[in-house]
Design a protein around this ligand. Structure first.
Ligand SMILES: [Zn+2]
Length: 132
């Protein structure tokens, strides 16, 4: 399960923050990209389980979804995943969801028609707003 690996990384980075800053952490936020293929529920439970076992017991956290953002390298148009894939059929959408870098092989910019598309948000998992 991918979620457990990610949970491990999340907890490790909060622990690192705590030890480097010498402060105890009260709260943090995990931002999960729309295209990261992670189950938020499973991720949340995995993090909770790891926190219990670490010295971060009792720390609060929330898990939020970050929508994907696709930018056109020619005209600068910014699209959501839905907008950028609206002309694709279901199986093509699935491919692009799974391998976002392929968006430039399947989609074109809704404004200028260029295939120079890049995913600039919504692919990653980030730890944000660590509150001491
Ligand atoms: Zn464009």
């Amino acid at each position: 399960m991918h979620e457990y690996m990610v949970a491990d990384g999340v907890v490790a980075s909060v622990l690192r923050y705590a030890s480097e800053s010498g402060r105890s952490v009260r709260r943090f936020k995990v931002v999960v990209g729309e295209l990261s293929m992670l189950d938020r529920q499973i991720l949340s439970e995995a993090i909770k389980g790891l926190l219990e076992k670490s010295n971060l017991k009792g720390v609060e956290f929330s898990v939020e979804t970050e929508p994907a953002k696709i930018i056109c390298g020619i005209c600068g148009n910014i699209m959501t995943f839905e907008e950028a894939t609206s002309k694709l059929d279901e199986s093509e959408k699935e491919v692009v969801h799974f391998i976002p870098d392929l968006i430039s092989s399947y989609s074109t910019c809704g404004r200028c028609g260029s295939m120079d598309l890049r995913v600039v948000a919504g692919r990653w998992v980030e730890v944000k707003d660590v509150v001491p």
